[in-house]
Design a protein around this ligand. Sequence first.
Ligand code: SF4
Ligand code: SF4
Length: 192
Amino acid sequence: MTRRPDIQREGDMDLSFLDEVRVVPGGEKIVDCIQCGTCSGSCPTSYLMEDSPRDLFYKIRAGLRNEVLKSPDIWLCTSCYMCYVRCPKNIKVTDIMYALKRISSKERFSLQWRGYHLAKSFMSVVNRDGRNNETELLLRFFLKTKPFGLIRNSLIGLKLWLRGRMPMMPHRIKEIKKFRAIMAKAESLSTM
Ligand code: SF4
Ligand code: SF4
């Protein structure tokens, strides 16, 4: 069920948050949101969210900065772009979800969420080798979030390994220096 912000909590409000989101790449049109809910209705993971994209945008406009940035829901966005292509106001919903992830990560709002640790683990492996390594990704993720999950899932891991789906050794791409230069450039653009 949608949880609307309590407008009495003026102390929680930061009305400059809307401007903060508007200046990130893709965020400029958030003020055009008509709360139609097409994004939330199209989102394959919204059934897991307490606040779907529409609700998050409502809270951004209400200035509920901390509540939005602490939300586990922003980490449930899988960048499928369904919201992006269907929004009747051409709002770049996915880009805004990722901007929220970046701000939340930078300000360390999300340390308790598993989605955050999965994303951080993935980026660590990819930044180092230029590609993912599923075995290392899962090891890093489980060690940071729930180490006992490693034991529980070890049989599945073994079966995948026997079928060649869980590589033991990482493989680095040939042009790793160029790849890292691209990533560094992207990182600098995202923080502009
Ligand atoms: S689909 Fe677009 S206009 Fe509709 S609620 Fe989502 S962001 Fe707002
Ligand atoms: S891009 Fe993210 S927010 Fe948009 S529909 Fe896909 S999962 Fe949902």
